[in-house]
Structures are given as C-alpha cells and as structure tokens.
Design a protein around this ligand. Structure first.
Ligand code: IPE
Ligand code: IPE
Ligand code: MG
Length: 232
C-alpha cells in the first residue's frame, strides 16, 4: 500500500550541525540533500504527492541571520534543482503566507511553479511561511466574505466546501505525516488536512533522512490499519 501523499516535517538540522561542531546553517545545507533524496525515492516508489514543511510562520521569530540565510538558501536551492525536477516530471508548488517573502523569493517561486505546472510524475509541495492556524483563519475570512448576507448558504457549507478555501485546495490530504528528530508534535502544521493522517515520528535527524529512511517510512505505513472511526 503506497501512500498517495507523504508529508514531512523536516526537523533536526540545527542539532545535526551542532553534533559536528558546526553552525546551524550547515545542517540546513545538508537538509537540501535529504530533500533531493526523498524526491527521488518518492518518484521511484510511485508516491504522487510529496510535501515538506520548510519554514513555519513561527520560524520568523528565529535570529535574523538564520532567517536571512534560510531564505537565501531557498532561492538558491530552487534555482539549482529546477532543471532536474522539471526533467524528472516533478510539478513544483509552494504554499504559505507570501506576505513576508522577499520579491526575489516570490519571483523565483512563481517562475519554478509556472515552468513545471504541467508535469505529472510527482507533485512536490513546499510549505513555506506556513502554519495550520493561519490557513484555517484565512479560509474562514474568505468564506465569511463570500457568504456575507447569505445565512442560508452559510448554513449549508460542508466540510468539503470549507476545504476549498484552504491554501491546499488543489492537493489531497496527507496519508502519512513524518516528523524527524524525535520531536512528537505537529508544530502548527496541517491541522485541518492532517485530521486522519497516519503519523510517524522517527529519531533520525533530517540531514540523515535519505532514501533508505524514506523507504522504511513507507514500509511502516503499509502496516497501518486506517479505520476512520469505523469497525472492520
Ligand atoms: C528544521 O531544523 C528546519 C527548520 C525548521 C527551518 P531546525 O532548524 O528546527 O533544527 P533543530 O530542531 O534546531 O535541530
Ligand atoms: C517545525 O520545526 C517547523 C519546520 C520543520 C519547518 P521547528 O523546529 O520550528 O518546531 P518546534 O520549535 O520544535 O516546535
Ligand atoms: Mg527544530
């Protein structure tokens, strides 16, 4: 049983670097290699959607130099990987609150998304400046404005209707959410969309999470019994 959508909370870059007596940023750089490995593994195993939590709304509160170098790394990595992603049929998407992103990052994102829009082998979604509560709130605001003066329409809004207002409207909910580095929390990730996701917490730090770890995660998923509250 191969999950259609695998989502990863990539955590532990800083600790990985610290263990080697290096700056935290060194861990973020090696983390990009793990993204590449997981994209390849996803293509090889037939996963259709791979999403990664790259930067949370809360992460803006980190020291300015780390934030700045992370944003620069995003631009660099996107530009460097785009040829090979496109060649391998990967559709690239970024989801999150664009308000605080630099113009250069926004234009890089837009050109990468446009260039790969018709690819169909794998959809790679980068959650950037994203938080689950932000997403639910922006959806609620849009919905409220669409239904202003229409109490009957509002009363008829279903969960499926509400989902269409989320920033993830065009992608399926994750079947499997993996978090690396031993932390067992969602840190404000896909709160609505992850309602029935299988959760997998592994001790491996993100820079050490490569193809073999990805395959092991799929193996663990294949043993899960998804009941959705029902009795089999
Ligand atoms: C994950 O690694 C990357 C981001 C959140 C941007 P961390 O930077 O959180 O690394 P640790 O958790 O401090 O080790
Ligand atoms: C979660 O990791 C966010 C991302 C992986 C992008 P953090 O390291 O920021 O989360 P906390 O602080 O452990 O909750
Ligand atoms: Mg962390």
């Amino acid at each position: 049983m191969i999950p259609s959508h695998v989502s990863i909370i990539m955590d532990g870059n800083g600790r990985w670097a610290k263990q080697r007596g290096k700056e935290r940023f060194y861990g973020h750089i090696e983390g990009v290699e793990s993204v590449r490995a997981c994209v390849e593994a996803a293509v090889e195993t037939g996963v259709k959607y791979l999403s990664i939590f790259a930067f949370s709304e809360e992460n803006w509160g980190r020291p300015q130099d780390e934030v700045v170098s992370l944003m620069e790394l995003m631009v660099k990595a996107m530009a460097a990987e785009m040829d090979s992603l496109d060649k391998n049929g990967v559709r690239f998407m970024v989801i999150g609150n664009r308000e605080h992103l630099s113009d250069s990052l926004k234009s890089t994102i837009d050109s990468c998304m446009k260039r790969t829009a018709s690819n169909t082998t794998l959809t790679l979604v980068v959650f950037l400046s994203y938080s689950g509560k932000w997403d639910i709130l922006q959806a609620a605001k849009k919905l409220a404005s669409d239904y202003a003066g229409d109490p009957e329409g509002l009363a008829a809004v279903s969960e499926a209707d509400f989902s269409k207002y989320l920033s993830t409207a065009s992608i399926p909910d994750p079947d499997l959410i993996i978090r690396t580095s031993g932390e067992c929390r969602l840190s404000n990730y896909l709160l609505w969309q992850g309602a029935y996701s299988e959760l997998l917490f592994v001790d491996t730090l993100w820079p050490d999470f490569k193809k073999e770890e990805f395959r092991k995660a799929l193996e663990s998923y294949s043993k899960r019994d998804r009941r959705y509250g029902k009795v089999k």
